[in-house]
Design a protein around this ligand. Structure first.
Ligand code: PLP
Length: 367
């Protein structure tokens, strides 16, 4: 079976983790600081604040903006459930903007249509590793006096022009096991704002500014040095891993060209894709439907995944709530029925890629 994702560590990760174990200092300490400095550099921002997971990092970023009940955060309905959970946890109302079929992300146009006089935050999700059109979204935010929180959980290092995901607004990243970079569980908030970074550092540590000086009602959102030790060596290898993801994506695109009813993903000009997922669309003119393709690929030993089979608003937990505004999202709804992610991770061999391509082609009747 070719897995949809692989978690593999090298000697350097073992060495760094062992070093932390032997130091006796395993909670948040110098290695977390080292990781934060390295990740701030990768993202091109002044500050990276590490926390215990990517959901917490969204909650912390939103909480730091002091949203009041009824104030609105506009995001994508086609995302991982954490996005909506974080907005509700932060006490805001969530409203959604439809997505584009080109990059699966919200656009400046769809966000503009969702803005009301209660809107405070625009929260694009850079899905699958492809950054949303942040230049246009930042302009829209600026014109309307809105904040931006980027859910960049899947897009470490993706860029539009020279600017990286997480540098246009407040950035939020996940380091969950299957993300492009991992600490097992982990999150990071990125910002250029010194005061905001300070506030987040205090918030994550029980509201403590100096020993026993509590300046706010805080939390324990801390990451451990054990987790940070796991990711520092991955940062050294990340450029090579991205190259390999990109090469795999290119080979898949080449191999899957010309299959009726299959729309391959593409990197939008001027924006870089870090290929967290390689997600095809199986449209209504295909010879098999998406769910059948998925099942038959599994039988052929090709791991695959549906991210995501439903819109977040489709789950009963979010219906009939005053703090969730549900409208129609025709593009997102259609696309949730079409997407299928294929393996693209750096551990794929040429034979694996060949097997993925020939399996998809043969199941879809395009040998
Ligand atoms: C993974 C993910 C999160 C949440 O991250 P966790 O570290 O799992 O809490 C949030 N948003 C998106 C889009 C994600 O993919």
């Amino acid at each position: 079976m070719i897995p949809i994702s692989v978690v593999r560590f090298g000697d350097e990760e073992e060495r760094r983790v062992l070093e932390v174990l032997r130091s006796g200092r395993i909670a948040q300490g110098p290695v977390v600081e080292e990781f934060e400095a390295r990740f701030a550099e990768l993202t091109g921002v002044r500050h990276a604040v590490a926390v215990n997971n990517g959901t917490t990092s969204l909650v912390a970023a939103l909480t730091a903006l002091d949203l009041r009940p009824g104030e609105e955060v506009v995001t994508s309905p086609f995302t991982f459930i954490a996005t909506i959970n974080a907005i509700l946890e932060a006490g805001a109302t969530v409203r959604f903007a439809d997505i584009s079929p080109d990059d699966f992300n919200v656009t400046a146009g769809s966000l503009a249509a969702a803005i009301t006089d209660r809107t405070r935050v625009l929260m694009p999700v850079h899905l699958y590793g492809q950054i949303a059109d942040m230049v246009s979204i930042a302009r829209l935010a600026n014109e309307n006096g809105l904040m931006i929180v980027e859910d960049a959980a899947q897009s470490h290092g993706a860029a539009q022009g020279e600017r990286k995901a997480g540098s246009f607004g407040i950035g939020s990243f996940s380091f969950y096991a299957t993300k492009n970079l991992t600490t097992g569980e982990g999150g990071v908030i990125t910002t250029d704002d010194d005061a905001l970074a300070e506030r987040l550092r205090i918030m994550r540590n029980q509201g403590m500014r100096a020993r026993y000086e509590y300046v706010m009602a805080g939390h324990n959102y801390r990451m451990t040095d054990l987790q940070a030790a796991l990711v520092v060596p991955q940062l050294d290898r990340y450029p090579a891993a991205l190259k390999s993801r990109r090469r795999n994506a290119e080979k898949l695109c080449e191999g899957l060209a010309g299959v009726a009813g299959l729309v391959a993903p593409r990197e939008i000009p001027g924006r870089s894709h870090v290929w967290h997922q390689y997600t095809i669309r199986v449209t209504s003119d295909a010879s098999v439907d998406r769910d059948e393709l998925s099942a038959r690929l599994t039988e052929a030993g090709v791991g695959n995944g549906i991210y995501y089979p439903k819109l977040v608003v489709d789950y009963a937990s979010y219906q009939d709530r005053d703090d969730v505004v549900i409208e129609e999202y025709p593009v997102a709804r259609r696309i949730a029925g079409e997407v299928l992610s294929l393996p693209v991770h750096p551990e794929l061999s040429d034979d694996d890629v060949h097997h993925i391509v020939s399996s998809v082609r043969s199941i879809m009747g395009a040998e």
